[in-house]
Ligand binder design. Structure first.
Ligand code: UT7
Length: 342
């Protein structure tokens, strides 16, 4: 029987080899290994070296995912790259396409803060469904989550520099015999934009009315990341908790005879921003912490759009043929969750 399930066919990740420890950061800002571990759970993070780039990380993760899925680049008809640190055009997705030697396919970037990967999966899934329904064509998609947060880190700001790291993860998605996306939920709340943002390098906020006058401010030459972590923390916990409930509710509304309840979920991949946030979400939903991916924050810090797909690659043995929830939250207070069978 021909399968109509759409799911993950393979995944891969890449993190730079250069390791930045808490002891390294003690030499740069007024902090301590003890504070960082206690308040955040971070022990080390990976930082791009001279010869590494956001494109290079995205490409390596993509190549590994394609190999894992036994899919050739030429079979990919859609590329979605979730990224917050490319900040230029043409899009990163088109450059991944070029480097993979794909002659022609659809390609675009997705900007949704640390929730970008969930949004990218949603976009790719919707496109696969639309192409099937409208044109009778089955697509295979490549989805990458990548960020080089070290590029926007202010190494003098102890509130943020201890948290961030670089990395990439990728999945190949298409018609699958076993794995299946069951439901996806995304939402955003832009009124919190001022709590987590990067500098406005083009000076759009204070733009003159003359469209030909361009004077970027010297102080915003690098778009540093700014974060009011204390205010974000409780919203992150509430929002991720709500997203998990919502993605289950959506599925159960559509499939009243195949309802899935929280205790049936085998494993959760939360975005890795702070181990205390992850624990608080697990506590709120009474999910045993053994069922939750937490190791990413200790090893890699917050890698933004890359944190969930890096987790897939790190823990693949734990999740085969399991019911999984992915959940993310970040800037713009964009957030989302995926319910899937791995
Ligand atoms: O990626 C998705 C979006 N981001 C998040 O979800 C992050 C959410 N927020 C957090 O993870 C946490 O709020 C932080 C890790 C950012 C901060 O932890 P906290 O426990 O909320 O610390 P705090 O901001 O309340 O600061 C407590 C104290 C302050 O000192 P005073 O004012 O009490 O004297 C800070 O100045 O800790 C101080 N502090 C530090 N001390 C040593 C802040 N950063 C550091 C540091 N080392 N790196």
């Amino acid at each position: 029987m021909v399968s109509h399930k759409i799911g993950y066919l393979g995944f891969g990740s890449y993190t730079p080899s250069r390791v930045l420890t808490n002891a390294d950061l003690e030499k740069v800002v007024d902090t301590s290994d003890d504070w960082i571990q206690r308040r955040t759970g971070v022990r080390t993070r990976r930082i791009m070296g001279q010869d590494e780039t956001v494109l290079g990380m995205a490409l390596k993760a993509a190549e590994r995912a394609l190999k894992d899925a036994s899919v050739l680049p030429g079979e990919i008809l859609d590329i979605r790259v979730a990224v917050n640190t490319w900040m230029r055009f043409p899009s990163l997705a088109t450059q991944v396409q070029k480097e993979l030697g794909i002659e022609s396919c659809s390609a675009s970037d997705v900007s949704a803060g640390c929730a970008g990967f969930v949004y990218a999966v949603e976009d790719a899934h919707n496109k696969i469904l639309a192409e099937r329904a409208l044109y009778g064509r089955e697509l295979t998609s490549l989805i990458v989550g990548v960020d080089g947060l070290s590029l926007v880190t202010n190494w003098k700001d102890r509130n943020t520099c201890v948290l961030l790291g670089d990395g990439a993860g990728a999945v190949v998605m298409g018609v699958s015999k076993s794995s299946e996306i069951l439901s996806i939920h995304t939402e955003a709340d832009g009124k919190y934009g001022h709590l987590l943002y990067s500098d406005d390098v083009l000076g759009q906020q204070g733009k003159s009315s003359d469209p030909f006058e361009f004077s970027p401010s010297e102080t915003t030459a690098r778009p540093y990341l700014h974060m009011d972590g204390k205010k974000i923390f409780p919203v992150a916990v509430r929002t991720m908790t709500r997203n998990i409930k919502e993605v289950l509710r959506k599925h159960n509304n559509m499939h009243p005879n195949k309802k899935i309840d929280l205790p049936e979920i085998d494993y959760v991949y939360p975005h890795q921003a702070n181990v205390r946030i992850i624990r608080a979400v697990a506590d709120a939903l009474e999910i045993p912490i053994e069922k939750v991916y937490t190791e990413g924050i200790a090893k890699y810090g917050n890698t933004s759009a890359a944190s969930i797909p890096i987790g897939y690659d790190e823990t693949r043995a734990r999740t085969e043929d399991r019911l999984i929830v992915d959940v993310a939250f970040g800037a713009g207070f964009a957030s989302g969750a995926i319910l899937r069978r791995a």
